[in-house]
Design a protein around this ligand. Structure first.
Ligand code: MRU
Length: 369
């Protein structure tokens, strides 16, 4: 997607140094635009754990490149199979909720299982990582096309009036490779000349909405307004929201979806106000091993410091400020689960389906993607 006049993706192999995987440092955005190189499995683990890169599809793609870097780390003295098994386990432990991480590392391990020689392993791992990155990008584009139809219908109902979309967190191109999931239909609609406007939830505590989604949309010229996390319900009551679209880090077989904490409350408010609520996701985020999302999806708990402090720009420096009494303790669940019955539909690269086991199974068994 666009940053100024330049097209960027969120991850790429350095064109002059194939030992380096480049990413945009998302912990510095929107204050500083910095590109950093990941050169070891440890670098990839830390970038995922510290959220230098984040978002379910991107975490999966980065882990796939992490396995490529693990292959490069093999020397004449390394037991390659053991090294790769350890790297896979290590990468998978970086964050628990987004299933894409496990999915892409497992895919790499399956591909690599047939080879022993270092040069073959390196080649296959790089090709697989590129494949996964390319597929995720393609899936997001298709999610965009499927979701565009919904926005087009709303635009027609409003006789060309602006379609107001509310989103939570960042399910944009920064969270994927390109386009985004929840934002892909918005970008496509905007590029087609449909009048759209996005209500961007700030998304405490890390403010991915304020810091990343607002930055992305503004760079692409999409009209948007930042709102506090708790304002969405009132906007819905006032008729200012036509549709809610969020991402999903893991979708269970019954259609329950895990997404950034606060998503569930938006779905509740949307239901109370008769507003469609969609989760946009690549099918790589569907975990058919999990039958019931609420009971079984592992929800990340992060450091309480993220809640106790806010981060922002002051005198050109990124600084932290405490927002509560010194001895206050905090709880920091990173995600929540939106029950399937509150979800109007899942927008995937294979099309839109109802959030329920039968429809999900049918969608997954379809060939086209
Ligand atoms: O903790 P994060 O920033 O990785 O969480 C990201 C989200 O919750 C996104 O909505 C999610 O990954 C959707 S997929 C684009």
């Amino acid at each position: 997607m666009r940053i100024g006049d330049k097209h960027y993706e969120s991850i790429w192999l350095d064109k002059d140094d194939d030992n380096a995987v480049n990413i945009i440092d998302q912990n510095k955005l929107p204050f500083k635009f910095e590109i950093i190189s990941l050169r070891t499995v440890g670098d990839v683990f830390n970038a995922i754990r510290n959220m230098t890169l984040r978002g379910a599809p991107l975490i999966g793609v980065a882990a796939a490149y992490g396995m490529y870097l693990a292959c490069l780390e093999i020397t004449a003295y390394t037991k390659s199979r053991e090294h790769l098994r350890n790297a896979a386990k290590y990468l998978k432990s970086a964050r628990p909720t987004a299933v894409n991480l496990e999915w892409s590392v497992n895919r790499q391990m399956q591909q690599l299982a047939q080879y022993c020689r270092r040069d073959r392993l390196v080649k296959v791992a790089l090709r697989t990582a590129h494949d996964i990155a390319g597929e995720e990008k393609d899936k997001c584009r298709k999610i965009g096309k499927a979701g565009l139809e919904i926005i087009e219908k709303l635009s027609k109902i409003k006789k060309g009036g602006t379609v107001n979309i509310l989103t939570h967190c960042n399910a944009g191109w920064l969270a994927c490779v390109d386009y985004g999931t929840a934002t892909a239909p918005v970008y496509l609609a905007h590029d087609k000349g449909i009048s759209v406007h996005v209500w961007v939830d700030e998304t405490r505590p890390r403010n991915q909405g304020a810091r990343l989604t607002a930055w992305e949309l503004e760079n692409h010229g999409v009209p948007c307004t930042l709102i506090t996390d708790n304002a969405g319900g009132y906007l819905m009551q006032k008729g200012e929201v036509d549709i809610v679209i969020t991402g999903s880090d893991r979708t269970a077989l019954n259609g329950d979806t895990a997404n950034k904490a606060g998503t569930y409350l938006k779905a509740l408010a949307a239901r109370d106000n008769n507003i469609p609520f969609y989760a946009a996701l690549p099918t790589s985020s569907i975990d058919i091993g999990i039958k019931n999302g609420i009971n079984e999806i592992p929800v990340e708990e992060r450091d309480e410091k993220e809640v106790l402090y806010v981060e922002g720009l002051y005198n050109d420096e990124i600084v932290y400020a405490r927002i509560c009494p010194e001895n206050t303790r905090a709880s920091n669940y990173g995600f929540d689960i939106t029950p399937a019955e509150l979800i109007t539909g899942l927008i995937t690269e294979k099309g839109i389906c109802r959030a329920g086991e039968d429809d999900i199974r049918k969608l997954l068994s379809e060939k086209k993607d």
